[in-house]
Each structure stands twice: as structure tokens, then as C-alpha cells.
Design a protein around this ligand. Structure first.
Ligand code: NAD
Length: 392
């Protein structure tokens, strides 16, 4: 019998709805922030969505600084520069504004600016988070502009270690934003490639959380509804970026995925993390490439679960029907079918393949895969994703 012992953490206050970004000055006041550092990425910094949000702060006469030196897949030098901006500006909190990259870096700046130990001491391993000075963590308000990572409701930030080319998860419960403003209007400007990749990230979170072993019926419930929302709404948001209803449902699904994945993730992420760290690919799109190969690999352990999920989503044919729906969704969203389709010139030699497999099996997400991810299994999955061998 399953061990009915578990630990449940649920997210924070979310002000959800189109146009609610206007409430930002009130939210900052409630969070006790009087001089925020606005953290975003350079692409967004050039868009009207940032200018109009900063205008809200000006209208409310709130002093603020702006930091936008954030790479996709942020690195330690981004964090160091952000901490310097935070300290130099005398800031007392962070507005993390953007996709997962800006949200994560904003959260990490608020966390790390008051710490004395190196950030890598707070990797999500055992109780390492207790090493942090919790009283020195600045408050965070998160405003997502993509609908994928769900980092806005998460207690962690992902940072790439440039020295080791590994993606590390930095965790502390107080990295959870005090308030989230989830305004789907902010996602309307996402180009189709980013809409597809981020939406597939939300799907990967829900799917892997649902398939992870362990007792967490709340996470399971959130995950299955999250999958349904993505299957119904991602094609609509992709086809018509201004469809606010579809954008809103995708924003919910993203937060639901990140809420659900406290239960665990799996081999999609274990393989996607080394590829992202070594080749700087988009996280969600990399997950989307691996998804069917991992689903097929896990089939013996998850078939009955996926039958139930398919029924909830109104898909006929149980596991096979669900698998076909994922393949169709990928094709409709122009997701690259293979790794060479995702990464130009991708032809790793055997040593490189072994390195990727070795990184995958020690990734913290590997333990959540419902079938043991052995080194050979990781190599086989990598080979399948290179050759495009999908068979459910
Ligand atoms: P991203 O933040 O890297 O953004 C991708 C691109 O989209 C950027 O060029 C950005 O400028 C652009 N963009 C964002 N919003 C836009 C908008 N509204 N209009 C136009 N362009 C817009 O992408 P992402 O997928 O949201 O985040 C990926 C990052 O999140 C990775 O670093 C990944 O490791 C991390 N991540 C974190 C968690 C977590 O739990 N903390 C979970 C999954 C992924």
C-alpha cells in the first residue's frame, strides 16, 4: 500500500485577471516595499509592456531601479550584477517581471543580496536552505509575462553554473513571492515560438508531477486539470495571440504546473536540463522535444494513470489516444520533432552522449521518474530523441 504520509505546500496570494497589473503600486505597499528593484530581461525591457508598467510606478511616485542584464537561462554573473544594483540603489524589495528567466533572477537577487555564503551553498539538496539567513531575504512581487514556468508561485530559482555547465536549483521557502499579479494581457505579445515553448513547459510540469510516484492527491488533482487546460487552450493561444480567454487559462495552467511539481518531476526534465545547460536551448521547447520519448519509456508504470487522465481530458483510446494527442499538439505547435531539429548541427560524439546521460541521471528530477532512469535508459532516450524513434 502507498505510504500515506506527505508534505503539502501551496502557493501564495495571486491577483489574477486581465488589467490587474494596474494594482502593482498597491501590492508593493502591502508587501512593505517602498523602493523596488524592477528585474526584467533585455528583450522585454525594449517592449511597451515594460514602459507602461514602469509608468504605473512613476504615477504612484514610487522610486525604483531597473535591472535587465538577464540572459535566458540566467547565470551567476547576472546574479552578481543584480545584487550590486540592488545594494547600490538601496532597494528594499524586488519586482520580478518577465518569463521564468527574469522571475528566477529577480527572486534570486532578493534572496542572495543579504547572504554571506555563496549561492551554490543553497542548492536544493536536503536541508541546505536552512543555511540561509532568512531574515535577510527581501520581499518579492512577481509579475509573469509568459505562461509556462510557473516560477511566480515557486520557492526556487534556476541558475546555470557557468564553470560546470550545470543548471542548479536554488531553494528557500522565503523565495516564494509575497504576491503574484497574474495578468494575461501581459502575455499577449509573446511570439508563437515562445507561446508554444512556454505552454509545453506548463504541460510537462503537470504531466510529470501527475506521473511522479508518491502520495499527493492535491498535486494530482491540480495537475490533471492543468493538462486539460493546456490541451484545450494552447493551440488557441498559439493560433491567435490576442485570445485573452486562452491566454488566461494558460496562465492558470502555468501556475498549476509549478504548484503540482512540488510532488516531483521526471525524465523529461532530467534530460532537458543538461541539454539546456550545454546548448542554451529554450527550456520549455526542450521539454516538448523529449515528451513523447519519455512517455513511451514510462508506459509500463503509468498506463492506468494516463487512461484516467485521458478520460478527464475527453480523449478516447486511453494511453494510446493521449499519446496521439501529444504528438498532434507538438505538430500543430511546430515543436521540433528531434534534437537535431531543435539544435542546428547537433551530432554529439559518444563521449558527449555519455556526459549528457551522466548529467541526466544525477539531476534532482531523475528520482521522480516513475521508471528508474538508469544510465543506459538515459542514453537510449537520448538516442531516440536524436533519431526521432517514437513508439508508444
Ligand atoms: P524566458 O524567461 O527565458 O523568456 C524567453 C523570451 O521570451 C525572452 O526573450 C523574453 O524577452 C521573451 N518574452 C517574455 N515575455 C514576453 C512577452 N510577454 N512578450 C514578448 N516576449 C516575451 O522564458 P521562460 O520559458 O518563461 O523561462 C525559462 C527559464 O525559466 C529557464 O531559465 C528555466 O530554467 C526557468 N525555469 C524555472 C522554473 C522554476 O520553477 N523556477 C521552472 C521552469 C523553468
Amino acid at each position: 500500500m502507498t505510504n500515506l504520509v506527505s508534505k503539502w505546500n501551496f502557493p501564495t496570494t495571486v491577483r489574477f485577471g486581465a488589467g490587474r497589473v494596474k494594482e502593482l503600486p498597491d501590492v508593493l505597499k502591502d508587501a512593505g516595499i517602498s523602493n523596488p528593484l524592477f528585474v526584467t530581461d533585455p528583450g522585454l525591457a525594449r517592449l511597451p509592456v515594460v514602459a507602461s508598467t514602469l509608468a504605473l510606478l512613476d504615477e504612484a511616485k514610487l522610486p525604483h531601479g531597473v535591472f535587465s542584464d538577464v540572459r535566458p537561462n540566467p547565470v551567476e554573473s547576472n546574479l552578481t550584477a543584480g545584487i550590486e544594483a540592488f545594494r547600490n540603489g538601496g532597494h528594499d524589495g524586488v519586482i520580478a517581471f518577465g518569463g521564468g528567466s527574469a522571475l528566477d533572477l529577480g527572486k534570486l537577487i532578493a534572496f542572495q543580496a543579504g547572504q554571506t555564503r555563496p549561492v551554490w551553498d543553497f542548492e536544493d539538496i536536503g536541508d541546505w536552505w536552512t543555511r540561509a539567513d532568512a531574515g535577510a531575504i527581501a520581499p518579492i512581487v512577481a509579475v509573469p509575462t509568459t505562461a509556462g514556468t510557473g516560477s511566480e508561485v515557486g520557492r526556487a530559482g534556476v541558475l546555470t553554473n557557468e564553470a560546470t555547465h550545470t543548471k542548479k536549483v536554488i531553494f528557500h521557502p522565503k523565495m516564494l513571492p509575497a504576491t503574484v499579479i497574474a495578468d494575461p494581457e501581459l502575455t499577449v505579445g509573446m511570439p508563437p515560438f515562445i507561446t508554444a515553448g512556454t505552454g509545453m513547459d506548463a504541460l510537462a510540469h503537470c504531466l510529470e508531477a501527475y506521473c511522479a510516484p508518491g502520495y499527493h492527491p492535491m498535486a494530482d488533482g491540480i495537475a490533471v486539470e492543468g493538462v486539460r487546460l493546456v490541451l484545450e487552450n494552447l493551440p488557441k493561444a498559439y493560433g491567435d495571440g490576442s485570445d485573452l480567454t486562452a491566454r488566461a487559462h494558460m496562465m492558470s495552467a502555468a501556475a498549476m504546473g509549478a504548484t503540482a511539481f512540488q510532488k516531483g518531476l521526471g525524465a523529461i526534465h532530467s534530460l532537458s536540463h543538461p541539454i539546456g545547460a550545454l546548448y542554451d536551448t529554450h527550456h520549455g521547447m526542450t521539454n516538448a522535444v523529449f515528451m513523447p520519448y519519455v512517455l513511451a519509456f514510462n508506459r509500463p508504470a503509468i498506463e492506468a494513470r494516463i487512461d484516467r487522465l485521458a478520460a478527464w481530458c475527453g480523449i478516447k483510446g486511453g494511453f494510446d489516444g493521449f499519446f496521439d494527442a501529444i504528438m498532434k499538439l507538438r505538430a500543430d505547435l511546430a515543436v521540433p520533432a528531434t534534437l537535431p531539429d531543435l539544435i542546428e548541427g547537433f551530432a554529439p560524439d559518444p563521449a558527449r552522449k555519455e556526459l549528457i546521460a551522466d548529467m541526466a541521471i544525477v539531476d534532482p528530477t531523475a528520482g521522480g521518474n516513475p521508471v528508474e532512469l538508469t544510465r543506459q535508459a538515459a542514453l537510449d532516450l537520448l538516442e531516440a530523441a536524436i533519431e526521432g524513434r517514437v513508439a508508444a
